[in-house]
Ligand binder design. Structure first.
Ligand code: PXP
Length: 238
């Protein structure tokens, strides 16, 4: 059964727009779990533009919520992860000026620093994942780095689908990457920019074991409510 991770960062984006306490991301995490989410994903960014340290601490400390902490590969973030002990960590690239995570990690350039972080997290029994583009080269490097999982960046596929452009090449890359990683014993996840259609398309790749979806679900909840939206995603992501 494929897992559905709900990224609640943008509940915090709405809260932060007023600088007050509503809506509360912790309350959203509880409701998401009650509505069928398998895990909660949060991205603690360097500039804390959405989720902040207090949110992360509160959500992770509830041991009934499986938490996937997305973080940049640096010492400060590693310290936060080791202090809070989320169930899972997904290492993501991070640029201060970007609106959202624009692409996968540069594993070749950051090999040594990522290797160190993966080793430490593995020792702490935190499941590790690397956010990468669908490329065989990056999967080989991921395997060498000793990560438990990879998450394939689906932003390009999602954009092509949204613009009604031909997406068969990109889908083929994701399919081949998934097959290859699975053969190497690395679990495959997918996420970024996913909506109903992207989810239906990617659901056909059975070896993808987890989807992590955020912005569209929080946006769609304005119209349909969080519970109904998650239930529907759960249905189509099987
Ligand atoms: N997976 C990863 C690794 C991400 O960095 C993000 C964005 O924070 C997501 C999934 C969710 O992307 P979206 O909000 O576009 O659904």
């Amino acid at each position: 059964m494929r897992r559905l991770g709900i990224n609640i960062d943008h509940v915090a984006t709405i809260r932060n727009a007023r600088g007050e306490n509503h809506p509360d991301p912790y309350k959203a995490a509880l409701l998401a779990m009650k509505s069928g989410a398998d895990l909660i994903t949060i991205h603690l960014r360097e500039d804390r533009r959405h989720i902040n340290d207090k949110d992360a601490r509160k959500i992770i400390s509830n041991k009934n919520i499986p938490v996937n902490l997305e973080m940049a590969a640096n010492k400060k973030m590693l310290k936060i992860a080791l202090n809070n002990k989320p169930d899972f960590v997904c290492i993501v690239p991070e640029k201060r000026q970007e609106i959202t995570t624009e692409g996968g990690l540069n594993l070749k350039k950051n090999y040594k620093s990522i290797l160190k972080i993966i080793e430490i997290l593995n020792k702490s029994k935190i499941r590790t994942s690397l956010f990468i583009n669908p490329s065989i080269k990056d999967i080989k490097l991921s395997k060498m780095l000793g990560t438990n999982c990879i998450e394939i960046h689906t932003g390009k596929l999602s954009n092509l689908i949204k613009k009604n452009k031909n997406y068969s090449n990109e889908l083929k890359k994701i399919y081949n990457s998934t097959k290859y990683a699975t053969k190497l014993g690395v679990e495959v996840h997918a996420g970024h920019g996913m909506d109903y259609k992207t989810t239906r398309v990617l659901s056909k790749i059975k070896d993808i074991k987890e989807f992590n979806i955020g912005h569209f679900i929080i946006g769609e909840s304005v119209f349909n409510g969080l519970k109904k939206t998650i239930k529907y995603f759960k249905k189509i992501s099987k």
